[in-house]
Design a protein around this ligand. Structure first.
Ligand code: LLP
Length: 422
């Protein structure tokens, strides 16, 4: 049984009705199922058990402390890309030595903080960054553990904005340069310990073939580097496993693990993965309320209180999210519906051309698969406060982030003295 279900035509997330949550927390809000996140984590662990990898939860997908702690309690580490995410993970209880720090533009102060905290590894994305890490480590009197993020030039066959493994993408270092960089590091970068490669070719991968191609290249490079006398003891194989947003076939975990076992089974390396979306995407709903219904000649606009600032994926990536009524039943409408928000942009939609039942003002809708890159990418555009987040666990729920107030964002700003008179 799934964690998000109808019971007597009412939508439940685990043992809690969405309507009950909406009774105490105003819409729009996000809510997440603990059971589904934990199940995904355990399924992944189980599928990959042969190589006993560390799972570094990619915090960018959903950085809420309670979500991070949920994975921490399962034994996960974390993949972070900023000092903000690093501090969050430490606050959520992930030990520094289970944190990898990735990203193309780490500042020296971020590098310094990460090294002082004792993160497991910094994944380096350029040669100047490697030099910067060496200098910072030297100034701290430390040795920095570094993984070289390679760009294998493989097409992940995903949306152009979330593909990362092609040579025209800004990520990673050309694979063929790896031996040169290892030599250089061994010769002149005394505060670097470089014994790891990392790779991440993109996000929302539905086809496993690109993984096979990229992973083979990484395994071949591992052997080549070892033949040159370099020690490689850890491979960080990234994230990217897709989910089914619109009845697409999600990748089969066992087929994924076959690829991994086949390619890395005999390599005698510690393995890490950095899944984000796979762990949290399906576990989250964005719950929104119908404000008005505008019936046009060709289509119906369902105007809701959630908007593109709360969930940017539909307009940014043409991302599809299922939309379901919180109270099921009712006749299906004959016209297609666009579910749109109050923001002054034509791109402000959560869904387009959907078949929905008749709806009334104040009805609740749930936007599905919103647990990954939903709240995480929200903004205050149009001065709309960041929305609350709720975590459900069995029959209980907890407000894990309260709604930001407008006053809080106004308080960040300042009128300069030359504008002080009205
Ligand atoms: N590791 C690295 C180095 C990454 O850049 C990413 C995602 C991940 C792991 C986690 O990938 P996942 O398992 O979640 O696919 N905002 C976009 C997705 C951006 C992904 C960025 N990097 C979206 O909403 O589709």
């Amino acid at each position: 049984m799934s964690s998000i279900n109808y019971v007597n035509e009412e939508l439940f997330i685990e043992g809690v009705s969405i309507e009950a949550i909406a009774g105490s927390i105003e819409t729009p809000f996000y809510c997440y199922s603990t059971a589904l996140m934990v199940r995904r984590y355990r399924d992944l662990r189980e599928a990959l058990k042969l190589l006993k990898p560390t799972i570094y939860y990619a915090v960018k997908a959903n950085p809420n402390l309670a979500v991070v702690r949920t994975f921490s309690h399962q034994g996960a580490g974390a993949d972070v890309v900023s000092v903000g995410e690093l501090r969050r993970c430490l606050a959520a209880g992930i030990p520094a030595n289970k944190i990898v720090f990735a990203g193309v533009g780490k500042t020296r102060s971020e590098i310094s903080e990460a090294l002082k905290e004792g993160v497991f590894q910094l994944n380096v994305e350029s040669e100047p960054e490697l030099i910067a890490i060496n200098e910072v480590a030297e100034s701290l009197g430390l040795i920095a553990s570094v993984g070289l993020r390679v760009n294998p030039d493989v097409d992940a066959k995903t949306h152009a904005k979330i593909t990362t493994g092609l040579k025209e993408n800004k990520f990673g270092i050309e694979l063929d340069r790896a031996p040169y960089i290892f030599e250089n590091a061994a010769r002149s970068l005394e505060n670097i310990s470089l014994k790891s490669l990392s790779v991440h070719i993109g996000s929302q991968l539905l086809d496993l073939a690109p993984y096979r191609i990229a992973y083979r290249k990484v395994a071949e490079m591992t052997l080549r580097l070892r033949a040159l006398g370099f020690e490689i003891d850890h491979l960080d194989l990234g994230g990217g496993l897709g989910i089914s947003y619109n009845a697409e076939k999600a990748p089969d975990l066992n087929s994924f693990s076959e690829i991994v076992n086949d390619i890395f089974g005999d390599l005698d390396c510690k393995i890490g993965f950095e899944p984000g979306r796979y762990l949290v995407g399906d576990a989250g709903l964005l719950v929104t309320k119908v404000l008005y219904i505008k019936k046009g000649r060709d289509k119906t606009f369902i105007i809701v209180d959630g908007a593109m600032n709360d969930l940017i994926r539909p307009t940014l990536y043409e991302g599809y999210h299922g939309v379901i009524p919180v109270h099921r039943g009712g006749e299906i409408q004959t016209k297609l519906c666009d579910i749109v928000g109050p923001i002054c942009e034509s791109g402000d939609y959560l869904a387009q051309d959907r078949v929905l039942p008749e709806l009334n003002e104040n009805d609740l809708l749930a936007i599905k698969s919103a647990g990954a890159y939903g709240a995480a990418m929200s903004s205050t555009y149009n001065s709309r406060p960041l929305v609350p987040e709720v975590l459900v666990n069995g029959g209980e729920f907890c407000l894990i982030r309260r709604r930001q107030t407008v006053q809080e964002s106004i308080d960040l700003e300042k009128i300069p003295n030359w504008l002080e008179t009205d």
